[in-house]
Design a binder for this molecule. Structure first.
Ligand SMILES: Cc1ncc(COP(=O)(O)O)c(C=O)c1O
Length: 415
């Protein structure tokens, strides 16, 4: 049979261009992130009406995107809860982009849905949970949990410490539930005695507060109508034999949130929400639709295969490899805290429990001191109205001697 119309022109934009991909990887290797920020003058000020050669564009963007970025894996990178990512996750992310699977539909994600179920089944038991699903961050994980607390646990109020992450109050607002704050001690840990009248509440306990890395008394799990543990930061410590006991009590919670793009070294956006009774949670959080072949569980509509890089990294490292890296981070935090304690011009807020070291210089302007530190070594935080510096051991390649040398240098400049 002869065609009535000409076939459409072959569109190479949707095909593998091996040479261009190799070139892109070379650029990744040769353009170190320098934290320069992009030179916006080099970008068109308006949407270009015609395009340019794609391979040439990749080279042109390398300076803007790669050199402009900040190196989270550098020797003195010690400031934030954002880790460097292992190279294996870059490859898996590229594969994900190529396939663009949508976990909303089994037909468009024949492998990805099953891979996510498998990763979740590997991790959930460490938290005493039966299952769950992946979400783009712990903000979403917390909202999902609090939704289940309301609709499965019957919670009519959200109760959390005054250092709980802003996403808890945000979730309470979205869900139309009143939010009650409880007091904390000077390290940011919930005061256990203040937990009263929670029979009808969702009690949120934090494992690794944002400012100080404090762990709330997790032994309170199970007292409320629903207990949610926000383990966005410190959850992965559960997989370290050395530190797992710090999170004892978490297994009695009803739900647990963990950010994989924090201490599970994943590219953003990647997090997990786990439930004790996954069946009940899924039933309450599911919506069907005429066009959906499977129920849509949770907050997300279309979403990608965040489990793939996580699965690859966990297979490559094993539990022990992950634990070794976490232990290294914890050791770096302990060494830095010990340096601060021994330096009379510096003050330490308290021992770091989850790799977060809160400290500051004594008797000098904190802004001046902060400005003399290399960028990315510390961040700033406010605790009970007082300003502090904060280091977070998310980078297993932090060179603690280089960090200490840089702080000594700042001391010699400022004092
Ligand atoms: C304790 C805590 N909970 C929740 C979040 C929110 O997580 P995400 O940034 O993954 O949305 C954070 C972020 O820093 C956090 O520290």
């Amino acid at each position: 049979m002869t065609r009535m119309t000409e076939p459409p022109p072959f569109d190479a934009s949707f095909q593998i261009d091996q040479g261009a991909l190799v070139k892109a990887v070379e650029l990744l290797a040769t353009h170190a992130p320098l934290g320069e920020g992009p030179d916006l003058a080099k970008l068109p000020s308006k949407l270009p009406s015609v395009g340019v050669d794609e391979t040439a564009l990749v080279s042109a963007l390398a300076k803007l995107v790669l050199s402009g970025g900040f190196d989270l894996g550098g020797p003195v990178s010690f400031a934030h809860m954002d880790p460097p990512t292992p190279w294996l996750t870059w490859v898996m992310t590229l594969w994900n982009a190529r396939l663009n699977q949508n976990l909303l539909h089994p037909a468009t994600s024949p492998s990805a849905r099953l891979l996510e179920e498998r990763v979740v089944s590997w991790l959930a038991p460490y938290f005493g949970m039966s299952g769950g699903h992946m979400v783009p961050g712990s903000t979403t994980a917390n909202l999902t949990a609090l939704w289940a607390a309301r609709d499965v646990g019957g919670a009519t109020e959200i109760v959390a410490s005054d250092t709980a992450h802003v996403s808890i109050e945000k979730s309470a607002r979205i869900l139309g539930l009143p939010f009650r704050r409880l007091p904390t001690d000077e390290t940011g840990r919930l005061i256990a005695d203040s937990v009263k009248n929670v029979e009808n509440a969702c009690l949120v306990l934090v494992a690794g507060t944002t400012s100080t890395g404090a762990i709330d008394p997790l032994s309170l799990s199970g007292r409320a109508a629903w207990t949610h543990v926000d383990a966005a930061w410190a959850g992965p410590l559960r997989l370290s034999d050395h530190y797992t006991s710090r999170l004892d009590g978490i297994e009695a919670a009803d739900s647990v949130a963990v950010s994989a793009h924090k201490w599970l070294f994943q590219p953003k956006e990647s997090a997990l929400i786990f439930f004790t009774d996954t069946q009940a949670a899924n039933a309450a959080l599911s919506f069907g639709g005429a066009y959906l072949a499977a129920p849509n569980i949770g907050l997300l509509g279309s979403h990608g295969a965040a489990a793939v890089p996580l699965l690859a990294m966990l297979m490559a490292w094993g539990k022990q490899g992950l634990a070794d890296r976490l232990d290294r981070c914890m050791a770096a935090a302990a060494s830095f805290a010990s340096f601060v304690k021994g330096e009379e011009r510096l003050e330490l807020l308290g021992e770091p429990h989850t790799g977060v070291v809160v400290w500051r210089p004594r008797n000098v302007d904190i802004d001046m001191f902060y400005a003399s530190l290399p960028s990315g070594l510390a961040s700033q935080t406010s605790i009970r109205g007082s300003r502090w510096l904060r280091c977070v051991a998310a980078n297993p390649n932090t060179d603690i001697d280089a960090v200490i040398a840089a702080v000594r240098e700042a001391i010699s400049r400022v004092y």
